[in-house]
Structures are given as structure tokens and as C-alpha cells.
Design a protein around this ligand. Structure first.
Ligand code: PGA
Length: 243
């Protein structure tokens, strides 16, 4: 199964979002071999779901609270995300790690809350430019993995995404062999530490219609997490076609 995830971040009005989904629905279909998942801002997801004649789109949230419920102003719980109708949640995106200081402890809690609600977790890892330049990407990523997961987690509901921080929104990507090697390292780590075989690993960071086919042809890449190019429906559909 291949997955293509659209991370809209904090973009699009309700109506722009609805228009984009309608246009995507016309062009591409989910099937047994590949699926697309859209992560709009949660309020837009509600609006879009209400205004679709046939609600057959798979939605996810871009984040999830580390707490169950209570006095946490501004937070949205995994239970609320589930109630909106989302099946997936993104956790550990580098923008949240960096701008909201989300550390391993916070991310561990978020994973737990999401799994309790049977949401599928798309968990992001990825190195800084400094680590990349020092040839320390693998070490960086292995640490991100082993510090948040637990053997008792339901790994059937976990998908990983490799997003080098320096490749997000920059139009640069690692070399193809570097992407494949990191994905291989991630899979190997999950096997060694948690006894999980062949966990899906998506690639994210400057995926465009022009480089998608090459990235998705890599042996250890199971799909993509798309930011900028997912905001234009036709670009997103072109990327989906290469999957
Ligand atoms: P990008 O973002 O496709 O714009 O590089 C990817 C992401 O942040 O998930």
C-alpha cells in the first residue's frame, strides 16, 4: 500500500479547501494499492465534510493534544479529532518540534493519546542541516525513533515520515541514494528495537511533480508527505499519478 499525504498547514479558506477537494476527487481515486489523505486545518475539515455530497475522502489532523481533556486552552484532543471524522493524525512535524518546542516526552504523550483513540499516527523524523553535513543523519533519526516509541504500541497504526528539516519548503532534497539509505535505516531500527517488520516510511520535503517519480521508485519509500505542492490540486494529483 502506497500513501500520499497532503499537509496543507495553516492555509486555504473554507471555500478554497472545498474547491480543492472537489477537484482532487474528480482527478484521482483511492484503490487497494494507493490512497491519498488530506490534512486541512481541522475547522476546514468539518466544513468540507459537511459540504461534500459523497464524503469518501480520508482526512487527518496536523497535530493532536498531548492531553486527554481539560484546561488546555487552544488544544484539540485526539477524541475531538476522531469525532470530526479524521482517521489519521500527524505528530512530530519539525515545524511543531522547533516552533512549539515539542520534545520527545510531549511527542510520546501525543502518540499515546492518538493511539488510544485508534487514530493512525503519521510520525515525522528528520535531521537538521548541521547533522546532515556532519554525516550524522542516521544517528539523529535513530534517536528520534527510539525515544518516543514503546514495544507495547500498536504499530499497525503507525506510519513514519522522513522529512529532512533542510528539505522542507526549500526545493532541495537529499540525493536519491541518501533518501533510500535513511528509509532503510529507519526500517532496520524499527525491526531491531521494536521487532516491527517493514513499517511504512513516507518521504517528505520538496516533493514536486518533477521529482516524485524518481523518489517513489526507491525501494524503501512507501509514499510521500507533501506540503507546498499539495496546495495546488493539479500538482498534488500529478504527484499521486507517479505513485
Ligand atoms: P514541502 O513540505 O513539501 O513544502 O517541502 C513538506 C512538509 O512540511 O510536510
Amino acid at each position: 500500500m502506497k500513501l500520499l499525504v497532503a499537509n496543507w498547514k495553516m492555509n486555504k479558506s473554507f471555500n478554497d479547501g472545498l474547491r480543492a477537494i472537489k477537484s482532487i476527487k474528480k482527478k484521482i481515486k483511492n484503490d487497494r494499492k494507493k490512497k491519498y489523505i488530506i490534512l486541512p486545518p481541522l475547522q476546514s475539515t468539518l466544513y468540507i465534510k459537511k459540504n461534500l455530497i459523497k464524503d469518501d475522502v480520508i482526512f487527518g489532523s496536523q497535530d493532536c493534544s498531548q492531553f486527554k481533556n481539560g484546561a488546555y486552552t487552544g488544544d484539540i484532543s485526539a477524541e475531538m479529532i476522531k469525532k470530526v471524522g479524521c482517521k489519521y493524525t500527524l505528530i512530530g512535524h519539525s515545524e511543531r518540534r522547533i516552533m512549539y518546542n515539542e520534545n520527545n516526552k510531549v511527542l510520546r504523550n501525543k502518540i499515546k493519546r492518538a493511539l488510544e483513540q485508534k487514530l493512525k499516527v503519521i510520525f515525522c523524523v528528520g535531521e537538521t542541516l548541521i547533522s546532515y553535513k556532519q554525516n550524522k543523519s542516521s544517528q539523529f533519526i535513530i534517536r528520534q525513533l527510539i525515544n518516543v516509541f514503546d514495544k507495547s504500541d500498536n504499530f499497525k497504526n503507525i506510519i513514519l515520515a522522513y522529512e529532512p528539516i533542510w528539505a522542507i519548503g526549500t526545493s532541495v532534497t537529499p540525493k536519491m541514494n541518501e533518501i533510500d539509505n535513511i528509509h532503510h535505516t529507519i526500517k532496520k531500527t524499527m525491526k531491531k528495537k521494536f521487532n516491527i517488520l517493514n513499517i511504512p516510511v513516507l518521504y517528505g520535503g520538496s516533493v514536486k511533480p518533477t521529482n516524485a517519480a524518481e523518489i517513489f521508485s526507491l525501494k524503501n519509500v512507501d509514499g510521500g508527505l507533501i506540503g507546498g505542492a499539495s496546495l495546488i490540486a493539479s500538482e498534488f494529483c500529478k504527484i499521486y499519478d507517479t505513485l
